[in-house]
Design a protein around this ligand. Structure first.
Ligand code: BGC
Length: 779
């Protein structure tokens, strides 16, 4: 868990905060991952061959250890650790570690280590360790290595699957100070090269050191030696360059890694540039809380890990939003719908990054079309889990660690991932007003997704309604009906209502496109009037079910049994993974009114009451305002919050009606990783959706921030626990929309620029603000 939370990264690659001298041993797990670097392997599981795609654990560049003449190399378990402290400096992206160790001969060495993964040059990382001979004099040896003998073995329940993705290619010394190693992934044949330049220094000056190279299959090392007097210290500095065959502007990864490592500056110089890059990123991305307490600290941690996963260095890559960051191997580095919780925040901070992340989806549009066609649909059906080429990567079977059984995995039926993509495109367009992006990429995806929903809907003549059958909503506890052989549910409310929403946004998009481009797209997609007329009809006739005066999660939900929540809580304590508990008992969550996470409530998360009301009205289901709180309450009593995303959504939907409960869900979401609330999952990677979801609660939910009808809206409702909030937003060409909210005021200041004035509305008061001007609203 500490390794995951102390991961350092720059949006291009990240390395877990494992001890430099450690290796994967059940306690430690060094891992280095490059955004978008995947590989597939086939394994035998439960008598069948299954193919799995992993975000590949790349050669470990961390190894740096020491020994004192005649002693053992320092590793976990050798020597007596007298002190050990690790500190993560979020402001500068620096991991510091101080420890003192006594070896078997009683010699005490104090070590101070600092580490960075450069936010300035995405290919560089550096490690610096200073060794102080506290009570001894003699020879100190330092060993600095690159270890390519690693595999993907970070998640216990995947260990029955093959995780050996790397083949060593070449390596050795490059010049006097540098070692290098190049490997290739087994099936994606991606070459990855790392080079490490190691020096010994005293008082900032390089020391002449005896040096020996060790070259073994898959591992290269330099061993350096120098003499120390008692009380004297020496610093080892390791500067690492990492390149892959996917990089742009390169000749060959090995050559680039060797050259870049050799040419890189010293640690202090790298740190200075790195700290400047972080300072600038913080200026753009920070959520400023007036009270710098624990909430502010955790929000900073969440922004920090977001930016280490996705940063300006991701913009030029072809990478998506990995659900667990670049921090571990859970979910194999796959891309789910979690970007729904990530992109809206980023849209207001780094819109160019959002464009890049949406382009990850656009590049995979042909594959999404193929997936739709193979399943008998039109348009584009994005996969539930996406990796390298956008093929469906959801596993076919998954292990219940509680029962030891491999079970069919139907989660690919979560077609609602398409909604997340459509929502993010539209939100981005609303905020940035970027018609060009819509013309080039956004519209095509939106239209193809709309087309998919239209083809997934079947007509029920008797009811004069359209239905979407055989899908799953976000609640993964329900993948089918207890009495039906085929998996999937009918008329999931979240899916149907948001499908109607998508169809309407697709029609809006056509209206917004310049006519020449619209014609081009219509020609290319073969889109005719008849089809768009049907979209309009569908947006009025999709079916939504109700029972007990609440929106039904899916058709037939009311027939499910009530779960004995108290009984299960008494017996099991933590029932977040009720699905595993029930399956181990020979039962199934499919039989019960029990949800893993927010499903119907996602509607209130994504849409304002007003927007949802209009949408349902259009569908012929006038919404009684009391239905919303009733529905929230109904499902809240039937949800186990087995996904960290659930607390984010509940905090959001309760923010205006029940501030106390909302705050406790917010606190729960904040704790997801810092306190590893699921008990063991943080070690396998952070929960990026929940992390950014909390930041977005502060940014959009508590402020009522919205971009609609060319107006920037605020409708603040700050929780009692927050005195005030500062945000620096990007909006329609403005790089500095500085917003300060307190209990009774909203101040908006526009940084000087050549961009046109903007309209801002706070609780009904509208003002036009020009660059360089500040306006204060009372509320
Ligand atoms: C949740 C999904 C989520 C996935 C990846 C699952 O536990 O149920 O909604 O997309 O984790 O974060």
């Amino acid at each position: 868990m500490r390794e995951a939370l102390c991961t350092l990264g720059n949006g291009y690659f990240a390395t877990r905060g494992a001890a430099a001298e450690s290796h994967a041993d059940g306690t430690h797990y060094p891992g280095t991952y490059v955004a978008g670097c995947y590989d597939r392997l086939t394994s035998q599981v439960a008598g069948r061959a299954v193919e799995n795609e992993d975000l590949v654990n790349l050669p470990n560049w961390l190894p740096l250890t020491f020994r004192v003449e005649g002693g053992d190399w320092f590793e976990p378990g050798t020597g007596e650790l007298l002190e050990h402290r690790q500190e993560l400096d979020l402001r500068r992206g620096l991991l510091e570690r101080r420890f003192r160790v006594r070896d078997r001969q009683g010699r005490v060495t104090a070590v101070t280590e600092r580490r960075l993964v450069s936010m300035d040059d995405p290919h560089l990382a550096a490690l610096q360790a200073t060794f102080l001979a506290e009570n001894w004099a003699g020879r100190l040896e330092v060993r600095s290595a690159i270890d390519g003998r690693v595999s993907n073995a970070g998640v216990a329940r995947y260990r029955q699957l093959d995780g050996r993705h790397l083949r060593p290619l070449e390596g050795g010394e490059a010049g006097a100070e540098t070692i290098w190693l190049q490997v290739e992934t087994v099936s994606s044949r991606m070459r990855v090269a790392e080079a490490a330049r190691t020096r010994l220094l005293r008082d900032g000056q390089a020391l002449p050191a005896a040096r020996r190279a060790v070259v073994e299959d898959g591992l290269v090392a330099h061993e350096l030696a120098t003499d120390l007097a008692e009380g004297q210290e020496v610093t080892a500095e390791k500067v690492v360059a990492l390149f892959t065959g996917r990089d742009r502007g390169v000749t060959e990864s090995g050559l680039e890694a060797r050259d870049r490592a050799a040419a890189a500056g010293a640690f202090e110089a790298l740190l200075e540039r790195h700290a400047l890059a972080w300072e600038q990123l913080w200026r753009r991305c920070r959520i400023g809380l007036q009270d710098e307490g624990e909430t502010a600290g955790t929000l900073n941690l969440h922004v920090f890990h977001l930016l280490q996963t996705l940063s300006w260095h991701t913009v030029d890559l072809d990478a998506g939003v990995p659900a667990r960051g670049l921090h571990g191997e859970a979910y194999r580095g796959h891309v789910f719908w979690d970007e729904l919780f990530v992109l809206p925040y980023l849209t207001w901070r780094l819109p160019e990054l959002v464009r890049a992340l949406l382009r990850y989806r656009h590049r995979r549009l042909p594959q999404a079309r193929a997936e739709a066609a193979a399943a008998g649909y039109a348009g584009a059906m994005y996969p539930w889990q996406s990796g390298s080429n956008g093929r469906e990567e959801t596993q076919l079977v998954h292990l219940n660690p509680r029962s030891g059984r491999w079970l069919p995995d139907n989660s690919h039926l979560q077609r609602h991932v398409n909604i997340a993509i459509a929502y993010n495109i539209w939100h981005y367009y609303q905020v940035e007003g970027d018609v060009e992006f819509l013309c080039e990429y956004g519209a095509e995806m939106l239209l193809e997704i709309a087309r998919f929903w239209a083809s997934a809907a079947s007509y029920d003549q008797a009811a004069d309604r359209y239905e979407i059958r055989g899908v799953m909503g976000p609640d993964e506890y329900h993948d089918g009906y207890p009495d039906r052989d085929l998996p999937g549910l009918d008329n999931n409310a979240y899916t149907n209502v948001m499908a109607a929403w998508t169809l309407l946004r697709a029609l809006d998009t056509l209206a917004v496109l310049p006519s020449d481009r619209r014609t081009e797209l219509e020609e290319r997609l073969g889109l005719r009037r008849q089809e768009t007329d049907r979209w309009e009809e569908l947006s009025r006739k999709l079916k939504v079910c109700f029972h007990d005066d609440v929106i039904s999660q899916f058709e037939g939900y009311e027939r499910l049994a009530e779960l004995d929540w108290d009984g299960y809580r008494r017996r099991y304590g933590d029932i977040r993974r009720l699905d595993r508990i029930l399956e181990a008992e020979g039962d199934s969550t499919n039989r019960y009114k029990a949800s893993k996470q927010a499903d119907v409530l996602m509607l209130f998360y994504l849409l304002s009451a007003d927007e949802l009301g209009k949408l349902l009205d259009g569908l012929g289901y006038p919404l009684d305002p009391a239905t919303i709180p009733r529905t929230v309450d109904y499902y809240l009593r039937r949800t186990s919050h087995g996904s960290t995303l659930s607390s984010v959504v509940h905090a959001w939907v309760l923010a205006r009606s029940d501030r106390t409960r909302s705050w406790s869900f917010f606190a729960e979401a904040l704790a997801s990783d810092v306190h590893d609330v699921q008990g063991g999952t943080t070690a396998e990677g952070i929960h990026l959706g929940a992390m950014v979801g909390t930041v977005d609660l502060a940014q959009r939910c508590y402020t009522g921030l919205e971009a609609r009808e060319d107006v920037l809206w605020f409708n603040p409702s700050l929780p009692r626990e927050l005195d005030g909030l500062d945000l620096s937003l990007r909006y329609r060409g403005h790089w500095g929309v500085h917003v300060r909210l307190t209990g009774d005021r909203v101040q908006v200041a526009l940084a000087p620029s050549g961009a046109p004035p903007i309209k801002v509305c706070v609780n009904g008061q509208v003002a036009e603000i020009a660059p360089g001007e500040t306006h204060e609203f009372a509320c």
